[in-house]
Design a protein around this ligand. Structure first.
Ligand SMILES: [Zn+2]
Length: 271
């Protein structure tokens, strides 16, 4: 990924931050800060909560990608890098998983990790009173609430059965197993993904029109990214063997009250 800065390694995998991630991080942090319970912390404290919650949420996107990468490693496929960018995260694998079973397992690992993080944060939220000093209880609880909500959305959204979502990968693996034709299965899953993306875009436009909340415009942008990704894959496979696959993971931007986070993840697999 161009304009990406390496910031370290995780389990031997290079971790990059793309330039496009910084503005989305700032947007998410400010949105959370504006919705945070200020309490005894004051305005500066609220921004501190926003900055911390956004960091934790993007860390959970990295965990989602890492789950894909480490599961792929179990099936003999290495990961070149994990990167954070505008739409979330992306893990670049050195090859496609070798079998339908491996394909499904790698795809399901990300949502499974997100669900686990959501459950852990939810449990921690209810134990926070016993550990965190009273003055900071609200701040800690609100960060954990964001983490719970965002990871639950991350898990659920990514299970939408349209390529390039993780659920679309599972659909592809299933069709691949049934038909014995990986590329044909990918084309079908990509078409389903285009359908979901168009519905998602239409839903976003209706939400903007009805609520006059421009925040929903983000979902339209995101849907555009999904449709484009599915379309590129569809075209590539209709013309020639697989070249590049983009696999997003979750999109969400700061919603209002509950303040989820805009965490969108994508995994790019090259073969
Ligand atoms: Zn994923």
């Amino acid at each position: 990924m161009s304009r990406a800065f390496p910031i370290g390694r995780l389990c031997g995998i290079r971790l990059d931050v793309h330039a496009s991630w910084f503005p989305i991080y700032a947007l998410v942090a400010v949105t959370i800060a504006n919705a945070a319970p200020i309490g005894a912390l004051g305005t500066a404290g609220a921004y501190g909560v926003g900055a911390a919650a956004a960091l934790v949420l993007f860390a959970s996107v990295v965990l989602h990608e890492l789950a894909h990468a480490l599961t792929a490693r179990r099936f003999g496929v290495q990961t070149t890098s994990i990167a954070l960018f505008l739409f979330g995260g992306v893990a670049t694998l050195e090859a496609e998983p070798p079998t339908p079973l491996a394909d499904a397992a790698v795809a399901l690992a990300g949502p499974a990790m997100s669900a686990l993080v959501a459950l852990t944060a939810f449990a921690a939220m209810h134990g926070v009173d016993a550990v965190v000093p009273f003055r900071y209880t609200d701040a800690a609880a609100s960060i954990l609430a964001y983490v719970t909500f965002a990871n639950a959305v991350l898990a659920a959204f990514n299970l939408i059965p349209g390529y390039p979502m993780d659920g679309g990968r599972v659909l592809r693996a299933l069709l691949w197993q049934l038909r014995g034709d990986r590329d044909g299965a990918t084309v079908t899953a990509a078409l389903v993904g285009i359908g979901f993306g168009l519905c998602f875009a239409a839903g976003g436009l209706v939400a903007v029109a009805v609520t006059r909340t421009w925040q929903f415009g983000w979902y339209v942008v995101l849907a555009g990214f999904l449709v484009r990704t599915s379309w590129v894959q569809f075209r590539a496979l209709r013309r020639a063997p697989l070249v590049v696959t983009l696999r997003p993971t979750l999109p969400t931007l700061p919603a209002s009250e509950v303040s989820s986070v805009g965490v969108r993840t994508a995994d790019r697999w090259s073969v």
